[in-house]
Design a protein around this ligand. Structure first.
Ligand code: ZN
Length: 208
């Protein structure tokens, strides 16, 4: 778990690669379905077009279906879920979890990181002016397209997202702390350091 910009996708992927876990990203599943025009994708598109949020039921169904494939011999690491108390309760009831990793980052650092994000207006590739700078300013390395900020990456929108995140996340963390081992990790360090802290907290070997 962790707010946007905390690197949870990156850290989940590192863990998954090193320990043969399945990396399950709810956001990726939705994006894949939208891109490949599946029935689920059409459903998500309709919901977004109406300016609504994907319902808890739909998110739960997606996670349940994904885990029911049982391709995770050594386990799984889920990112982007749960986002509210109801999803957390469903998750706790349905699966045997070893730990919850909470990537912690100050709001100020989240804002710094998110406002540094750029997106290629032509090919959609992500850039970050802190971590992944383009070779030529404002220009995509791959296609030469112009780099733009995401429409929803303004300071105002971000402040609203931070408020919602804290409101929704606090009760989830409280619930997890009563029932599971929660590893609180300082996510302000470089990627490799954060990975080292996570493995330390979970008693996992450091070298792959
Ligand atoms: Zn591009």
């Amino acid at each position: 778990m962790g707010i946007q910009g905390s690197g949870k996708g990156t850290q989940a992927k590192l863990l998954a690669d090193a320990f043969d876990l399945e990396h399950i990203s709810v956001g990726d599943i939705f994006r894949w379905n939208v891109q490949h025009h599946t029935k689920l994708g059409a459903q998500v598109r309709r919901i977004m077009a109406a300016g609504q949020l994907v319902s808890d039921d739909l998110v739960e169904a997606v996670v349940r279906d994904r885990l029911a494939i049982h391709d995770w011999n050594y386990g799984f690491v889920v990112d982007g879920f749960p986002r509210n108390l109801r999803q957390a309760e469903f998750f706790l009831e349905s699966y045997d979890l070893d730990a919850v990793i909470l990537l912690e980052l100050d709001d100020a650092e989240v804002i710094r990181r998110v406002l540094a994000r750029r997106l290629c207006s032509q090919c959609g590739l992500d850039y970050n002016l802190i971590a992944h700078r383009p070779k030529v300013p404002d220009t995509c390395d791959v296609c030469g397209g112009r780099l733009v900020t995401r429409e929803d990456d303004t300071e105002e929108a971000l402040a609203a997202r931070l408020r919602t995140y804290h409101e929704q996340t606090r009760p989830i963390i409280d619930l997890f702390e009563r029932k599971e081992f929660v590893a609180r990790i300082d996510a302000s360090a470089p990627v490799s350091e954060v990975q080292r802290y996570i493995r330390e907290a979970l008693d996992l070997p450091q070298s792959d």
